[in-house]
Design a protein around this ligand. Structure first.
Ligand code: PGA
Length: 254
């Protein structure tokens, strides 16, 4: 963790969850209530079909709600897409952009992510910008070079601790049960911190840098202790309220 930064734990439900999954959302909203919310910000990013109803569930609770992607344009002839303005209109506060599954499945480039981040800011959403190296890049010792490039080209000027959260997600750790060692995570997060401080100065010091990739209740504590790990982006383990809240509890230090 970083002193003076309130951690944030975000659940990315991906393409999972129909209406019955709202039972878990209700449990998370209840569990996210005080006093834990004083120590950690908690966010769930359900599929778009559940977005609006999720925000009605979380109304009057500290639970934040986010989308998983947005289009760069505010509106127009883009069948099947949703704009950041539509997400905001659903009363959500966050939007994930540049997740590796979007980069892989939909060929999204850093410049697409850059435009989507601008769209989030335009609509008043906080962008959770995902970056991460593949296994081949990791094995070749290229992780830092890849991350530096993604940071530089995915994040527009003007990023600050309110409009931007960075999520470091090694692609090879997503959904695999494999995680980098806490030492590796610490080195990468220090590298990312140095890069955002160099580029954004004070706001870079205060920006949250999350770790994501196979975060579970069993490994959350060791990641939480790593300096410059300011929270977690959680996929599979966010679908069960008990598991997700256990991870949130670790980050709350309670
Ligand atoms: P995982 O996914 O926790 O299931 O590995 C993380 C993510 O893709 O955000």
């Amino acid at each position: 963790m970083t002193p003076d930064i309130k951690p944030l734990v975000a659940g990315n439900w991906k393409m999972n969850g129909q209406r019955e999954q709202l039972d878990q959302l209700a449990l998370i909203a209840r569990g996210a209530s005080n006093p834990i919310s004083e120590k950690v910000d908690i966010v769930v990013c359900p599929p778009t079909t559940l977005l609006y109803v999720a925000t009605t569930f979380s109304e009057d609770t500290p639970l934040g709600v986010g989308a998983q992607d947005c289009h760069a344009q505010a509106g127009g002839a883009h069948t099947g897409d949703i704009s950041a303005e539509m997400i905001k209109d659903c009363m959500a506060q966050y939007c994930i952009v540049g997740h590796s599954e979007r980069r892989t499945d939909h060929g999204e480039s850093d410049s697409d992510v850059y435009q989507k981040t601008l769209a989030c800011w335009r609509a008043g959403l906080t962008a959770i910008i995902c970056i991460g190296e593949t296994e081949a890049e990791y094995d070749a010792g290229q992780a830092e070079a890849v991350l530096a490039r993604q940071l530089q080209h995915s994040i527009p000027d003007g990023a600050n601790e309110r409009n931007t959260i960075i999520a470091y997600e090694p692609v090879w750790a997503i959904g695999t049960g494999k995680t980098p060692s806490p030492e590796d995570v610490g080195n990468i997060h220090q590298f990312l911190r140095d890069a955002v401080v160099e580029r954004f100065q004070g706001p870079g010091e205060r920006m949250r840098i999350l770790y994501g990739g196979s975060v579970k209740p069993a490994n959350a504590a060791e990641m939480m202790k790593v300096s410059n790990v300011d929270g977690a982006l959680v996929g599979g383990a966010s679908l069960k309220a008990d598991d997700f809240l256990a991870i949130c509890a670790v980050y709350s230090g309670m």
